[in-house]
Design a protein around this ligand. Structure first.
Ligand code: GSH
Length: 232
């Protein structure tokens, strides 16, 4: 059985954007059945859970005796796994899809995460206002090149792959803040990716868990305080 760790619940502003979604999406495209392992935020930092995910994060994944963490590694494992309904390597083999998964995670996601810090997590801090132009410039520097690469393609490789899943999942975060406005190719590409039924089903599946486990207002405050990163 395939098993995927997910959050039991997260605050409204980040619901629908947790990284188990990209794994759910690939599993749905492949037609693989799986079970979820819902975790409270406090459970993630326990020694037991860190055996699955050393950084105490979601997603973690189990495929029989094999355990995996890092969403990119899990996606590549699924792309290589026999029995999928479609070829999730993009019909160009594992090396090429690895290239684009790494590009999404290494050349695009860090710049997108910077914008989350500015637009979402620290929107009211004076430094966010000051850093926005520089961080937006860095993001645009990458998006401009991705726009040129894409041209009128609807997939990064020959056919839809796990690279499109992770790239689209990353891009949709900054689309919300208007950062794709000047990139028609990216907008068209993202729209096509998100129109897939497997995305919609995965999004709904993630949201359904949060609805089911919605805590009291008091508990929400407690969990939000506990979720702030603290190094010691
Ligand atoms: N590089 C990791 C990042 C995982 C990650 O940031 N997970 C978030 C949720 S989407 C998390 O667990 N955050 C809680 C924490 O970092 O303590 C991956 O792609 O799997």
């Amino acid at each position: 059985m395939l098993k995927l760790s997910i959050f039991k619940w997260v605050p409204d502003i980040v619901q629908g954007y947790q990284r188990d979604l990209r794994i759910r999406w690939a599993l749905a495209e492949a037609g693989f059945q799986y079970e979820v392992m819902p975790k409270a935020i406090s459970e993630l930092k326990t020694p037991d859970y860190r055996k699955l995910q050393p950084f105490g994060q979601i997603p973690a994944f189990q495929d029989g005796d094999l355990t995996l963490f890092e969403s990119g590694a899990i996606l590549l494992h699924l792309a290589a796994k026999p029995g999928a309904r479609i070829d999730l390597t993009g019909s160009e083999g594992l090396s090429k899809v690895t290239e684009w998964v790494v590009a999404a995670l290494n050349s695009i996601e860090p710049f997108v995460m910077n914008m989350y810090e500015i637009e979402l997590f620290h929107a009211n801090e004076p430094w966010a206002e000051m850093k926005r132009p520089q961080m937006a410039n860095m993001l645009n520097y990458r998006l401009k090149d991705l726009e040129a690469y894409l041209g009128d393609r609807s997939t990064l490789l020959k056919t839809f792959s796990v690279a499109d899943i992770v790239m689209a999942d990353i891009l949709r975060g900054v689309e919300n803040y208007g950062y794709l406005k000047r990139y028609p190719n990216l907008q068209r590409y993202l729209k096509a990716c998100l129109a897939r039924q497997s995305f919609k089903d995965s999004y709904d599946a993630q949201m359904a868990v949060y609805k089911l486990n919605e805590p009291s207002e008091k508990e929400k405050q407690r969990q939000m305080a506990a979720a702030s990163p603290k190094a010691d």
